[in-house]
Design a protein around this ligand. Structure first.
Ligand code: PD2
Ligand code: ZN
Length: 286
């Protein structure tokens, strides 16, 4: 059932949250009353706005309705084994409710993976992390990969990939950051971190002016390392193996550890690992 978020329903959802029921319990109740999982999730995330959770949105932009409500989410019903992403059938390999994690298969062809690797290779340099005080970036031992950013729509493969991701995750193309390509050599890793911008860091307000918070991450594997390099979710003991063409997606409805979206790139033990990371924002990202 694809129900609209009526005032009565919104009131019920808010009351459930006020009563201390966690999202999983509320979701279960909604599924029992006939909701599809994807529409229940969207309705649930919209109540955050009603509750005025401390999502560090840029208030003016949020008030002006510049942000898309809800979260990126594929249209999949329970048990679906694949989903149409506009120009390609994408497999659903693993689905987790909380944290919201979905592993996709066959998101990119071998040729598309090679095209992204080849276009990125001459532009790689040591990866940096966000500098928490200014919002700038710096080299950090916790991230030993090399990386580069494409501009959105920079070449044909980027354009095709961005359109596919927008269709797959039902999220406007212009809310996505440019694709980031990472190459991890043997021993390289990305220690566990959150992808949202921490509201307590002084540099965050400046970052949020451009598109608001990150609300979802899609890491797509552009090759298969010989050994190691899984994407890990330590809070829930999940490891997603890096298999060429597959991708792991996760979303977060608030910039807080309670989303359990702590994740990392385990050290590559043999061979190398290439990924394309797509971060999705609340609003238009210029
Ligand atoms: O390469 C990965 O598996 C990975 C892990 C954690 C990538 C990212 N985070 C990222 O690009 O944010
Ligand atoms: Zn990350």
């Amino acid at each position: 059932m694809n129900q609209p978020l009526t005032p009565e329903l919104a009131q019920w959802l808010v009351a459930q949250r006020h009563a201390g029921h966690n999202d999983e319990a509320i979701l279960r109740a909604m599924l029992q009353s006939g909701w599809t999982e994807s529409s229940a999730r969207v309705a649930l995330s919209r109540t955050l706005v009603l509750l005025k959770d401390p999502v560090p949105a840029v208030p003016a932009a949020a008030a002006a309705g510049a942000y898309t409500p809800g979260l990126p989410e594929p249209k999949i019903d329970s048990g679906a084994t694949s989903v149409w992403a506009g120009d390609r059938e994408v497999q659903i390999l693993t689905v987790m409710a909380s944290p919201r994690v979905i592993v996709f298969g066959n998101l990119l062809s071998a040729e598309e993976c090679a095209g992204l690797r080849e276009a990125a290779a001459p532009r790689l340099s040591r990866s940096e992390t966000v500098k928490v005080d200014t919002g700038g970036s710096e080299v950090n031992e916790s991230r030993t990969s090399q990386g580069m950013f494409f501009m959105r729509g920079e070449n044909d493969v980027c354009k095709r990939f961005e359109a596919r991701v927008a269709a797959l995750l039902n999220w406007p193309l212009d809310h996505g950051e440019g694709l980031q390509i990472l190459r991890y050599g043997p021993g390289a890793e990305y220690r566990p971190h959150y992808d949202y911008f921490d509201p307590n860091h002084s540099g965050t307000q400046a970052i949020l002016k451009r598109g608001g918070q990150r609300v979802g991450t899609l890491v797509t594997y552009l090759n298969t390392p010989t050994c190691g390099g899984a994407t890990t979710f330590p809070d829930v003991g999940l490891e997603v193996q890096a298999i060429q063409g597959n991708a792991v997606f996760f979303s977060y409805d608030r910039p807080e550890p309670s989303t359990r979206t702590l994740h990392g790139g385990a050290p590559v033990l043999k061979g190398e690992k290439w990924v394309a990371t797509k971060w999705l924002r609340q609003g238009h990202f210029e």
